[in-house]
Design a protein around this ligand. Structure first.
Ligand code: CTP
Length: 396
């Protein structure tokens, strides 16, 4: 959880600097305050204007400006962590040898906080003995190195040297510096996204769920130390978090099978997916043609995953469901708690603006088996996830 943490982000001249924009955005989203220092050549790859707009702070690059000295000592003391991402081969070599010819290097040399680097370079450069030796030197100084990834490189070649994805960098920071391990050793199952019920090879019945709430929950549980199994229906969201194992499914039936297999080994299960309640009775292997004026579809009930897990729940397991209602919200939420043998129901009221599918915000009320009913104001989905996980931890 990067809430309230001060991150000093150093950006070097590298093609991977484009990822710094997303990295900055995600750090802010995770609750951190971000100040950015760029090397002069980083500005050839990403503009200070973009970065300052995203970070909501002035971007610094020169040792002095308008005859005023930029205080690198203060910057290094301000930060909880200095993160250099991407770290170019050139800056790496300078850091390893105490060279101080720009503001980023001066800040690095005067930083008293932990320093983390995410290198990015071509594979041949990465494998060069001088690079290896420089990385070794940084590690000997106590700096942490986020391993490079294998993949397509700026040269067009394929190999080692890609900078880790922004999400991976953030989870590295969270795991190593901002870790709050209340759920260490616990396994959690989360469902997310919509389901698609196939009609024929080109059509399906679906819904507007994006998976954002479930992914926020998976991240929050991982951040608290849980080993997370995320079973996700069709969603655009990509997960690059090593703490989250993702099983991608399409239909309610596939989601049911995946959940039933995983559930016995979990302590916590949060069913936030918008699972279809009905599925076509038959699947047409041929594309259905429009041969008549009307078309009737026969649907059958899908298996209710939450209910099935409620029936199988053992003492000590915590089961959480969601409810999306627009009438008699409280009584429906309480009924769901009973009928599905859940420990907690998170109610989204469709009457609340900014809550529900597609929004980045949500407004929920949590109902618990023990009678508790806790309303929350509108918050970001990540903050809502934090509230839900706080309540789960209380129940444990
Ligand atoms: N759920 C599930 N499997 C299903 C359907 C729903 O696990 N086949 C879960 C959802 O993930 C959510 C909760 O059940 O946690 C929602 O309950 P549900 O009874 O589906 O809500 P509604 O469809 O709104 O209920 P109803 O139409 O009965 O009011």
């Amino acid at each position: 959880m990067a809430e309230g943490k001060k991150i000093l982000l150093g950006i070097c001249g590298s093609i991977a600097a484009y990822k710094s924009i997303l990295l900055t955005r995600l750090l802010l989203k995770a609750g951190a305050e971000v100040k950015v220092v760029m090397t002069p050549s980083a500005k050839d790859f990403v503009t200070p204007l973009s970065i300052s707009t995203i970070s909501k702070n002035e971007v610094l690059s020169d040792l002095s400006r308008n005859d005023v000295w930029n205080n690198h000592v203060q910057l290094g003391r301000w930060a909880d962590v200095m993160l250099i991402a991407p770290l170019s081969c050139n800056t790496l070599a300078k850091m390893a040898n105490g060279i101080c010819d720009n503001l980023l290097l001066a800040t690095y040399l005067s930083a008293v906080c932990p320093v983390v680097v995410a290198p990015a370079m071509d594979e041949d450069m990465w494998l060069h003995p001088s690079t290896k030796a420089n990385i070794g030197k940084l590690q000997a100084f106590g700096n942490r190195v986020i391993p490079v990834e294998k993949g397509e490189l700026a040269s067009g070649l394929y190999g080692d040297g890609r900078m880790a994805e922004p999400e991976q960098i953030i989870s590295f920071l969270e795991m190593n510096f901002f870790f709050n391990g209340e759920l260490k050793g616990q396994k959690a199952l989360v469902t997310a996204g919509p389901t698609h019920e196939p009609l024929d090879p080109v059509r399906y019945i679906g819904n507007h769920s994006t998976g954002k709430m479930g992914v926020a929950l998976a991240r929050e549980l991982a951040q608290r130390g849980a080993e997370v199994e995320l079973v996700m229906g069709p969603s655009q969201i990509e997960i690059h978090d090593p703490r989250i194992r993702v099983t991608r499914v399409h239909s309610a039936g596939e989601m049911y099978n995946a959940c039933l297999e995983i559930f016995p080994s979990t302590r916590i299960a949060v069913m936030s997916a918008a699972v279809a309640d009905y599925t076509p009775v038959s699947f047409s292997p041929e594309k259905i043609k429009k041969n008549s004026e009307t078309f009737t579809l026969e649907l059958s009930r899908t298996k209710d995953i939450l209910r099935a897990l409620g029936e199988k729940k053992k003492a000590g397991q915590i089961l959480v469901g969601f409810a999306l209602e627009n009438t008699d919200e409280t009584s429906y939420a309480r009924q769901k708690l009973e009928s599905k043998n859940a420990d907690m129901i998170v109610l989204n009221s469709l009457k609340d603006a900014g809550a529900g599918f597609g929004f980045d915000t949500n407004q929920v009320t949590i109902f618990e088996k023990n009678g508790a009913e806790v309303p929350y104001p509108k918050k970001t989905k990540q903050q809502v996830a934090r509230d839900i996980v706080d309540r789960i931890i209380k129940l444990l």
